[in-house]
Unconditional design. Structure first.
Length: 703
């Protein structure tokens, strides 16, 4: 049998995966950090999900993925394969597409791509009534060579190829007669063949043709192709750059969803590496909402960001012009008494970024030795929000901007020890009609002893520093892809739960990397904008018990929950109504904690910024990368009844948070000690009311 299969592989181009053994079990999936309900390969390296397809006839979900057959580091990239009936229990299958030449000199690797079921046999690959499945992927050629098709490729070329399967995705035949089917980028981008990858293909029923999206990675462009047969492709249009462009664009895919169950919109998803969400280092995933006619994607105007703030802003102070602070109506003291706004960067200071116009308030006048205060003239609060850009020091008592009402400080904000200004917002909806003033202070002479402020404005819309629509605000959510084969308008996705910043160094063995839980997507109008919302897919009740329920009228400081376990589903709901305080006001739950809480992962809510956060600074082993220990935040406004709701999934090496209706998600790896099974509630800066918590343990899907 092995000789027969090998002969077929050599003669017809069948992937060598057909003779590759099924991966064996690995210690019953009980190694330290081994996820218990997230997919991981038994061993070796894994990254992007590929070729997701649902076989409706068999009721089977297929998950292909970037896989290294050689070990736990990136290399000899192939397509691994797993199947599931319920998106929760997975069976690892033999490797689907094995790097050509492995384990010797590899001549072709199989990078990311997608799979479709060619029901009408447009490709002609079908035989004897068998419906062909067609995979389109990026062929990476590490050496210059002449291919079986007779085509010549240079070293490091990335080109788009196809393969087909006649046994429902279990074995694959590469289309060696013509591969690659898209050999190079179109004019004028031919020279960018080293950064041309990750095709996303689907059938566009309205125009009755196939569509492929391919990333021109370094140009932040998506190239759109069309085809009648999956073999011959015509370049149709391009999209980009827009929004986040801090790194290369990868893994593009597009799909339709109904907005609020009514009008159909299209959602374009893009991986970005590096340049992920604010506060993260490395990878991220963004999306753009718009319309697609089969050849061209057009983004909605309110899905694109320019950083200028809300359109309904009424400017209170923009610090433009030649007048001193005093001449502008500010009461200035100390070194600011005769000072004026700064024209960009002051001498001797690192470049200031993120301000608007030509000038800003910058108290780095005599270096950090400058001290003083600026107090505005009184004004009546007329809108729901006060927005401003702020940077510089983070000490609330030394370098801060404050809102005062009747002589009492009701809001305080600072920079984040950075010369980069970011939007911050005060919710003053309950103070409308009252007289207030703004005070800006610099009371310190060392360290980050200055503050930067610009564009103080009033509006009925919150300003954010968002430069993109982030599909997830955490550090470990990348290359998100959805299952083809589901009814149009339904979208279930999964993502690589890792980050290129440290992916090859995380402390797991003999495997490296996991997938997120699969998630259902919907498109809802939130804050007057089409927004993706997510919820975990699968029958969760089959993996959990009734759990433990807690109700507290008030929580102040900490409340111990005792031993709660390592694999958890938590549902936390609480009132957003907190007394204003200059002290940081947060509420949340610590999970994966040791008994003495020297190690813990904090999941909570910051009332002043209206953000949900995950704090993994003391989450366990963070030694493998200097950027791993961090705090990650996502904007989350309270619901209409004034409450905040969080759903939190904890596994042996991860935390996934779904805030509100699922509009704010944060995915984060953690590597806690084996005895990190304790939890507690925390409330800082005051009391949190009407707290409801349910904790359920999640059973392993591997045993």
């Amino acid at each position: 049998m092995k000789l027969s299969l090998l002969f077929r592989a050599l003669l017809f181009g069948v992937s060598a995966s057909t003779v590759h053994a099924r991966p064996g079990p690995s210690k019953s999936y009980t190694e330290i950090y081994r996820p218990q309900y997230h997919f991981t390969p038994a061993k070796n390296w894994m990254n992007d999900p590929n070729g997701l397809v649902y076989d409706a006839d068999e009721g089977v979900y297929h998950l292909y993925f970037q896989y290294s057959p050689s070990g736990p580091k990136w290399g000899a990239l192939s397509w691994g394969h797993a199947t599931s009936k319920d998106l929760m229990h997975w069976t690892e299958q033999p490797v689907a597409l094995l790097a050509r030449g492995f384990p010797g000199n590899v001549t072709e690797m199989f990078f990311s791509g997608t799979v479709v079921i060619d029901e009408a046999n447009t490709s002609g690959f079908g035989r004897k009534g068998k419906v062909p499945w067609v995979a389109m992927y990026t062929s990476y050629y590490p050496v210059e060579q002449v291919l079986p098709s007779g085509k010549h490729v240079l070293k490091d070329v990335q080109a788009q190829s196809i393969a087909y399967s006649l046994d429902k995705g279990m074995t694959w035949t590469t289309y060696d007669a013509q591969n690659p089917v898209i050999a190079e980028p179109p004019t004028p981008y031919q020279d960018l063949y080293k950064e041309f990858r990750d095709p996303g293909i689907f059938w566009h029923k309205e125009t009755q043709h196939w569509v492929a999206l391919v990333s021109l990675a370094t140009q932040h462009k998506v190239l759109i192709y069309t085809s009648q047969n999956l073999k011959h492709w015509d370049f149709a249009s391009e999209f980009g750059p827009v929004n986040a462009v801090g790194g290369v664009w990868e893994c593009p895919n597009i799909f339709p969803l109904s907005l609020d169950g009514k009008k159909t919109k299209w959602v374009l998803v893009l991986g970005l590496n590096p340049g992920g969400p604010p506060g993260t280092v490395g990878s991220g995933t963004q999306y753009v909402v718009g319309d697609f006619n089969g050849t061209t994607f057009t983004a909605d105007a309110n899905s694109i960001y320019d950083g200028s703030g809300p359109e309904d802003s009424v400017i209170f102070e923009d610090f433009e012009g030649d007048a001193t602070f005093a001449a502008r109506g500010w009461t200035a003291t100390g070194d600011l008494a005769n000072a004026s706004p700064a024209k960009g960067t002051l001498a001797g200071q690192n470049p200031v970024t993120g301000f608007q116009g030509q000038q800003l308030l910058n108290t780095f006048i005599d270096g950090d030795a400058t001290t003083g205060t600026l107090t505005s003239a009184p004004f009546d609060i007329s809108h729901k929000y006060i927005n401003f850009l702020v940077g510089g020091g983070s000490n609330v008592n030394e370098t801060a901007i404050r809102l005062k009402v009747d002589g009492r400080t009701v809001h305080t904000s600072t920079g984040s020890n950075s010369e980069s200004l970011a939007w911050q917002t005060w919710d003053v909806s309950k103070l409308q009609g009252q007289s207030a003033l703004i005070e800006i202070i610099d009371n310190t002479t060392g360290g980050w002893g200055h503050i930067n402020v610009d564009q103080i404005s009033f509006s009925n819309t919150r300003a954010t520093s968002t430069i993109a629509n982030w599909l997830d605000w955490g550090p470990d959510f990348y290359a998100a892809l959805g299952w083809n084969g589901l009814p149009q308008g339904q979208r279930t996705i999964i993502a690589w739960m890792n980050n290129w910043q440290y992916a090859q160094n995380i402390p797991t063995d003999p495997w490296r990397s996991a997938m997120t839980v699969p998630r259902h997507l919907a498109l809802k109008t939130i804050d007057n904008k089409a927004t993706l919302v997510q919820e975990p897919a699968g029958k969760w009740k089959s993996l959990t018990n009734h759990g433990r329920a807690f109700t507290f009228r008030k929580v102040e400081s900490v409340r111990d929950l005792g031993r709660i376990g390592k694999t958890l589903e938590l549902e936390l709901k609480f009132s957003s109504d907190r007394a204003s305080s200059s002290e940081k006001a947060e509420f949340g739950v610590s999970v994966a904690a040791t008994r003495d809480y020297s190690h813990e992962t904090r999941v909570g809510y910051d009332f002043s910024t209206q953000q949900v956060f995950v704090d993994r600074t003391r989450s366990g082993d963070t030694s493998f990368d200097g950027t791993f220990a961090g705090v990650y935040s996502a904007p989350l406004a309270p619901s209409s009844d004034g409450t905040v709701s969080l759903r939190i999934l904890v596994d042996w090496s991860s935390v996934e948070v779904f805030g509100g209706e699922g509009e704010a998600t944060i995915t984060s790896q953690i590597f806690p000690a084996q005895n990190a099974v304790y939890g507690r509630l925390f409330s800082t800066g005051g009391k949190t009311a009407d707290v409801k918590l349910r904790v359920r343990e999640v059973r392993s899907t591997w045993r």
